[in-house]
Design a protein around this ligand. Structure first.
Ligand SMILES: *Cc1c(COP(=O)(O)O)cnc(C)c1O
Length: 394
């Protein structure tokens, strides 16, 4: 028998074990047997694109989320693009979205010649601000995109009256919120249509790229299904210029196995978030996130806001602790969108947050001992970054 040495978890007597930002190995270990068995069967049956596994996953995910339809898609960005197209977003149309999102929310609109319109977010939760969205509506606006950021649920219920009044579609970006729910229901069921991503690091992660569109509307579901398969529902009958954005059977198998564990894993994330809130609450200069009332968060990311962010990130790295910044530059200020002419200061809340936020290690198998290591390192780093009489040092 050989000894399995897990280097990342190896402890030395003098320094604490490093804590990775994200560790998916325990998830893989839990599902390895059943996935390998099923992959072997698929390999021998040579069933690769679409088919029974994909259909089974689509049905199971729709049931889990609580929508009538789910269409498996190649990745989250394609899912967003097809969701936008399904609700009628076309060239020159404006799509309102928060400035602090992953760039794919905007990219998917740009790819179809539409124009992303970036708006600010609320200070407490960093979710799309309904008043800012209202102020951005023009005659060209076709859709609003609530992004369920960090595992929270955006206030879709406050956007609905707006969408109804101006005849706009609501397209949810649910890439970071599989299983999250708000006062009006689960993320992915709250708008006209939703796109999600199963990129490996998401709460429900594939063994590569994957995504899905969910909706209650059979017409929108059929449209996405048609567009994703070369604009064709019946082989070789092409109704529209579509794309190839199908989900592979190998991903569906992997996702089915993980979906069965998603509730338990989301619950483990909630426990870890509660532990962080306790551990970090008395550290000056560190602001911990708090759930929006009526929300069940799934804590895709644990995003704190700190004084002297860059210095704290450096200190944590030195202590062997992984962190993330989601996101260092709001999309409206990235080079990719320089042509839209946004200026610094236009989305003050999103911009200020980008300077102070830091995401701490968060994944279902994160252990309390690891969180204590993080707490100790954050406390040591925060002391160095405390504002002094001469002003802030960091
Ligand atoms: C991950 C992500 C996407 C894109 O998904 P991919 O599968 O990587 O294409 C879109 N929006 C948000 C908010 C995301 O976090």
């Amino acid at each position: 028998m050989s000894t399995v040495v897990n280097t990342a978890a190896e402890a030395s007597p003098t320094s604490p074990a490093p804590v990775p930002f994200l560790d998916l190995r325990a998830q893989s270990a839990e599902i390895a047997d059943e996935v390998l068995q099923s992959w072997r069967e698929q390999l021998l049956a040579a069933a690769f694109v679409g088919g029974a596994e994909v259909e089974a996953f689509e049905n199971e995910y729709a049931t889990y989320i609580g929508t009538a339809h789910c269409v498996g898609i190649s990745n989250g960005t394609d899912a967003l693009e097809l969701a936008y197209r399904a609700v009628g977003v076309g060239p020159g149309d404006e799509v309102i979205m928060p400035g602090n999102t992953f760039s794919a929310t905007a990219e998917a609109a740009s790819r179809i010649g539409a124009v992303p319109v970036f708006v600010d977010v609320d200070e407490e939760h960093l979710l799309i601000d309904p008043d800012a969205a209202a102020a951005a509506i023009t005659a060209r606006t076709r859709a609003i995109v609530p992004v369920h950021l960090f595992g929270q649920t955006a206030p879709v219920e406050l956007l609905r009256p707006l969408a109804a009044k101006y005849d706009l579609a609501i397209v949810e970006d649910a890439a970071q919120a599989q299983g999250a729910s708000g006062p009006a229901g689960r993320a992915g069921t709250l708008g006209d249509i939703a796109a999600t991503s199963f990129y490996p690091g998401k709460n429900l992660g594939a063994a590569g790229d994957a995504g899905a569109v969910t909706t209650d509307d059979p017409g929108l579901a059929a449209k996405v299904r048609m567009l994703q398969a070369h604009g064709s529902l019946v082989k070789y009958e092409h109704e529209q210029v579509g794309v190839n954005a199908r989900l592979d059977a190998v991903q569906a198998t992997f996702l089915r196995a993980k979906l069965r564990r998603l509730e338990a894993w989301n619950e483990a994330r909630r426990r870890a978030a509660a532990a962080y809130a306790d551990l970090l609450s008395d550290i000056a200069g560190v602001r911990v996130p708090s759930p929006r009332s009526g929300n069940t968060d799934v804590w895709h990311l644990y995003v704190t806001r700190v004084n002297g962010r860059d210095r704290i990130v450096d200190q944590l790295r030195t202590a062997g602790i992984g962190t993330g910044i989601h996101y260092p530059t709001p999309v409206h200020l990235t080079s990719a969108y320089a042509h839209l002419g946004y200026r610094r200061g236009q989305l003050p809340v999103a911009e200020a947050a980008a300077r102070s936020l830091v995401s701490l290690p968060m994944f279902p198998h994160l252990r309390l001992e690891q969180q204590i290591v993080v707490r100790d390192a954050v406390r040591a780093a925060a002391v160095l970054c405390e504002p002094t009489r001469e002003g802030r040092r960091a």
